[in-house]
Design a binder for this molecule. Sequence first.
Ligand code: MSP
Length: 482
Amino acid sequence: MPETKRYITTPIYYVNDKPHIGHAYSTIAADVLARYWRTKLGNANVRFSTGTDENSKKTIEAAELAGQDTKAYADSMATLWRGTWDSLGISYDHFIRTTEPAHHKAAQHFVQKLYDAGDITKGDYEGLYCYRCEQFYKEDELANGKCPVHKIELEVVKEENYFFDLPKYAQLVKDWITGPTDPIGPVSRKNEVLAFIDHGLEKISISRANQAWGIEVPFDASQKVYVWVDALINYLTVAGYPDANYQQWSHQFHHIVGKDIIKFHCIIWPAMLLAAGEALPQTVFAHGFFTIEGEKISKSLGNSIDPLALTAQYGNDALRYYLLREIPFGSDGDFSHARFEAVYNADLANELGNLVQRVAKMITQYCDGKLAPGEPQTHDIAGVEAALEQCRFDVALKEIWVRIRGLNQLVEEEKPWVLAKSDRAQLEKVLAHLAGDLRQIATLLEPFLPKTASEIKRVFGGATIDTSVGILFPKLAPAKAD
Ligand code: MSP
């Protein structure tokens, strides 16, 4: 059955820190998908959510450090995150905060459902907990006795709390992963998740005792819902759960996540959805992580890049292009300033920006801004669309650039400045062809480079070409050697 609706999501981000470029990566990729699907299915049939994960112990710590009340701190950080996405032009439909009453209601309703299904039991828990990851680790997962991600000492947590019967759903989750919808991408991550299930699952703790901040467990006011369970439920909250009609959206989820959080999204969340009788996600696509100039992004190294600092200098579209063209989505990669500038100059300033300006100028200069009726465009766009639909953003952009290069070559071969003196008919044909192709390229570019695409459409869209075309991507001076 052809798909008629899509709900695209990003992870919801912790508010103990500012947004960095790694977070912008997930959010921009999801934005490209949302923009693309809106053109295919119509605005009303696509939703896109992002937001903030606020009920973590890390929020309390960060607020204390900032000398603020926890809620006031969370409010100011949520404003910062939302403002960052607004500045980056992220077209989210719903920005969810897990401190919202609507989310509390959804989370409590959902946890109660698990309890009523008989999948929650009380028990003693003793484990090693990393507060940075907000998760327990088993002995065999540690790196030299420390957290494998943050390399910090883990806290021994011993308390009575509630457990969800994850092993009960292992086979059903496996059937979903290996079933005909093939929901997990890329395949390397799918295999990682399957191997993890085969290694054996255990019941998981879904509540915390002695925590002042968070969502109360509905059947035991002395406990709070474990922050990861609360965070995953955000996907139902944004669908309108548990109110009427939430299922029109809860059946349509396409989650974009980083590779660090696949077990939560591909094992724990589907198991809980099954237990609560809810639909499973359509897809979960996990992208890789990138380093900055070869180094892991870390608070202690102080190397995290504020995406707004980059876009203030290069523009939103340039950041979108670099991140999605340079790093194959799903693989790990590196962010380098030198490489960013090289790609900006070569692909955006020289190949695309110059072409647009040159063609507009020639139409103005040789034809008074008027175009002969263009030939119908016969280019096949299926390859670009298929790549985009499979989250192969680099491949889609490469294909678009093959066409851009083709047009630059056409200008060099046809030499409109010579045709202007020798062959008027051919001149008009060539310029109409260039403008027509650029219009189609703008349509293909729209999800990736929305501002640039709309500028190209504005310039070449009307009967008369707009002569006021500015420089789309001002060329950067080459970096000085030290
Ligand atoms: N709050 C949880 C997610 C809950 S979703 C129900 C969380 N938040 S986070 O603030 O730590 O953000 C994690 C996400 O940020 C990763 O999954 C990934 O999407 C993105 N990235 C963080 N660092 C990154 C890189 N270095 N590279 C690429 N993406 C990165 O986990």
